[in-house]
Write a protein that binds this ligand. Sequence first.
Ligand SMILES: Cc1cc2nc3c(=O)[nH]c(=O)nc-3n(C[C@H](O)[C@H](O)[C@H](O)COP(=O)(O)OP(=O)(O)OC[C@H]3O[C@@H](n4cnc5c(N)ncnc54)[C@H](O)[C@@H]3O)c2cc1C
Length: 381
Amino acid sequence: MTARRSPWMTEDLDQLRSLARTFFAKEAVPHQERWAERKQVDREFWTKAGELGLLCLSVPEEYGGGGGTFAHEAVLLEEQARSGDSAWGGSVHNGIVAHYLLAYGSEEQKHEWLPKLASGEHVGAIAMSEPGAGSDLQGITTRARRDGDGYVLSGSKTFISNGAQADLVIVAAKTDPEKGAAGISLLVVEAARAEGFRRGRVLDKLGLKGQDTSELFFDDVRLPASALLGGEGQGFVQLMRQLPQERLVIAVSSVAGIEAALELTLDYVKQRSAFGRELIKFQNTRFTLAECATEARVARAFVDECVGLHLRGELDVPTAAMAKWWSTERLCRVVDECVQLFGGYGYMTEYPIARAWADARVQKIYGGTNEIMKEIIARSL
Ligand SMILES: Cc1cc2nc3c(=O)[nH]c(=O)nc-3n(C[C@H](O)[C@H](O)[C@H](O)COP(=O)(O)OP(=O)(O)OC[C@H]3O[C@@H](n4cnc5c(N)ncnc54)[C@H](O)[C@@H]3O)c2cc1C
């Protein structure tokens, strides 16, 4: 056994795990190749997830959610990673977009949007990054100009997960360009009602082939005052407050990804032979896997601790940054070792380990690059 039961697991979560496992095996795994060609999942996948109650698991029931906690989200993330599906952008929709609405939306906004996200009627995206600004969000140039009692939004965003399918996009824009970070606000764009909103290319990526990552354009999009999330100029602080959860989402997926890679590789080295014996019998294979299994155990222990802290509302920004950089670095290292043990087959994209290798790389880049994680940690020392 490579994976251990997390201390935060409960019987209720076991049932959810079993439901999620069956769901990904039946509804996601068989479609990976087709989704990779289309560069996006089927739209119905979202509504199927919604029908089973697998969307917005940690949103209160009064807003249509599952009434669970972050532990419920973690189980879903783990099962997706273990299934080998890297196409569905559920982590952004559930773990990020819904929680921005929950944390900063008015009662009216929450009742309007959260039930639609929970049913899959709406797909959610969050648009911060721009062609000229990623790590340095203060440098964004998308502008939301006051116009009567509403706003006019202009600018462009890139690398937006779920961008091609999104019905609801939370956009970071400058409402007061003179004020730097204090001039950033968050506005909710409903795609169907936003004249001047355009989607650009669904981008070609090294990995996450089936995941929709897109360019978005806002050409003088007129928005009502009710599009503003929280107060004007609050955007930067709002983003910072959500960062621990966003980073924990990546860390949880990464640990599950490490464990999945290890299991795939253990199976392989037990059945593949060279020089008259199974690969597992070579000391190099055994030592490599011993190291990987140890790294998996250490990563799980730390990320489990972070999940526990987050469930108690005690996960701070530097600790979440530690979890993000550490787990994603380990993921890339372990998956790379695993590819080596598969030999040439490890380089063939029909083998899940090859896809896992390509999918892993971005984890060190998005959600704040690992260099930015180290900056955050260093500042806290
Ligand atoms: C598949 C994918 C999905 C994504 N999804 C989303 C999404 O849904 N929404 C969204 O808003 N964005 C999304 N992003 C964007 C992602 O968050 C950014 O790519 C990331 O934050 C880095 O920004 P950048 O690409 O502009 O790189 P840059 O900021 O230009 O960084 C380039 C390099 O410089 C380094 N660097 C920058 N500043 C410093 C510093 N102060 N100290 C040390 N090194 C530094 C970086 O670490 C990096 O190595 C996604 C990206 C990808 C690839």
